[in-house]
Design a protein around this ligand. Structure first.
Ligand SMILES: NC(=O)c1ccc[n+]([C@@H]2O[C@H](COP(=O)([O-])OP(=O)(O)OC[C@H]3O[C@@H](n4cnc5c(N)ncnc54)[C@H](OP(=O)(O)O)[C@@H]3O)[C@@H](O)[C@H]2O)c1
Length: 158
């Protein structure tokens, strides 16, 4: 199974030029719960923003050949082979961003776990438009934290 997990604002914005513009501990815990124990695949810029690998899961980074990574991160040079491995497997590969990686792999993504953060955060990076190709399977109740309201949704490919 190939799943994407993302938090996005009303315009599907996911980051400004300086990173994710909200701090939602409950959403971070949700991300941790969902992805712990499964491999996560991130883009190179997302990798650059992480101070250290996320614990208890394999941290894969989509890289060009011969890219050196810090300890605890594993380079994935052949994304197609990796996706083929997980496409029909009961095991999950989590696509965790950023924007370029979500866009590139949307066609291969089966399920989207999206945290909808209310508002417009003037983002410069966006999750791709997806609703045309997916159906809403689950919508949780809103949560308010740090003055922001958000809720979780799960979408499945049509
Ligand atoms: N809100 C959320 O849920 C969420 C989740 C994850 C990330 N984010 C945010 O998304 C932002 C990052 O997204 P992004 O679209 O800028 O980048 P990204 O998807 O993380 O990384 C892919 C980009 O890295 C570039 N790159 C540079 N050096 C590379 C190398 N050696 N190997 C492979 N690729 C290399 C690629 O360039 P080429 O296209 O030229 O190959 C590509 O544009 C961050 O600010 C992060 O905070 C938000």
């Amino acid at each position: 199974m190939i799943k994407a997990i993302v938090a996005a604002d009303d315009k599907l914005g996911i980051a400004t030029d300086t990173g994710i513009p909200w701090d939602l501990p409950t959403d971070k815990a949700y991300f941790r719960e969902q992805t712990t124990g499964s491999p996560i695949l991130m883009g190179y810029r997302m990798y650059q923003e992480l101070e250290q690998p996320l614990p208890d899961r394999q941290n894969l980074v989509a890289v060009r050949p011969d890219t050196q990574l810090r300890p605890g991160f594993v380079g994935a040079e052949n994304i197609t082979a990796l996706l083929d491995e997980y496409q029909n497997s009961p095991a999950t590969l989590w696509i965790v961003g950023g924007a370029a990686l979500y866009q590139k792999l949307l066609d291969r993504t089966q399920t989207i776990y999206i945290t909808r953060v209310q508002g417009d955060f003037s983002c410069s990076k966006f999750f791709p438009s997806f609703e045309e190709y997916f159906k809403l399977m689950n919508k949780a109740k809103p949560i308010t934290e740090n003055g922001l309201t958000f809720h979780y949704e799960v979408w499945e490919r049509l």
